[in-house]
Design a protein around this ligand. Sequence first.
Ligand SMILES: Nc1ncnc2c1ncn2[C@@H]1O[C@H](COP(=O)(O)OP(=O)(O)O)[C@@H](O)[C@H]1O
Ligand SMILES: Cc1ncc(COP(=O)(O)O)c(N)n1
Length: 269
Amino acid sequence: MKKVLTIAGSDCSGGAGIQADIKTITVHKMYAMSVITALTAQNTTGVYGIRETDAEFVAKQMDCVFTDIRPDAVKIGMIPNEKIIRVIAEKLRTYQVRDVVLDPVMISTSGSRLMSKDAQEALKEELFSLAAVVTPNLMEAEALCGFSVSTPCEMERAAEKIACYGSGAVLLKGGHLADGADDLLYEKGKYIWFSSKRIENPNTHGTGCTLSSAIACNLAAGYALERAIKNAKNYLTGALQDGLDLGAGSGPLNHMYRLPPFANGYPFR
Ligand SMILES: Nc1ncnc2c1ncn2[C@@H]1O[C@H](COP(=O)(O)OP(=O)(O)O)[C@@H](O)[C@H]1O
Ligand SMILES: Cc1ncc(COP(=O)(O)O)c(N)n1
């Protein structure tokens, strides 16, 4: 069985973060492991509190994972501060980890800061060069490259600039574009667009987490990056299209949308 590790923050409401990642990895029929960088108290309406994990304890979790059940791919999401960024980078180097998908989570869809502003530089310096691909959304791309990113043309300029920070490739997500939901991959000097129709569903809590962990699963399965992204985007689109509607705010996706029922009647309907 392939094994995938997520290094991210916990979302007690189950829509984003560690919980979205574990659901995604499990539905891909892979073994999920987690290193928790922070606890968040959040739900579909907002983020109401954050407790950061001690950096030393993040290091200990990584040692436990890598010295025993070694993952085939790693997804990194929310990292609240610079100290934890540096510890994660050191451990990734020590254990010579490849196939890292880095989602540079900065601000939640509901508008709360999930990473301190001064940690952004450390993220670029320490972690980008260890990632096979980084997956910023439009706002994160603006923070990383310092100019406005809201059109396909600006996305191409931004992806090229972000690629200079040393990651293997950049996937710039277009979920917040005014039209459509086209994502752009910049890899080895080439632009590759992944187009999809915009789904009119306000319940998009955890779309970025789900996409990045699905890419990690596809890399673990041995797919090359372009195909891994195509498969992951199909998975994400299905989970969004299913139209689950939970909570009073921007609700979560349905990860179980294509699970077949077992012969004995499970899962429950
Ligand atoms: N309304 C939508 N319809 C179709 N795809 C969407 C929609 N919103 C987001 N996506 C897709 O979800 C993935 C995550 O994108 P995005 O929402 O931009 O990231 P984040 O969750 O980090 O803000 C991308 O593949 C994006 O194209
Ligand atoms: C723990 C955690 N990690 C990531 C996100 C971003 O997800 P979204 O952009 O859907 O708010 C989040 N809200 N919480």
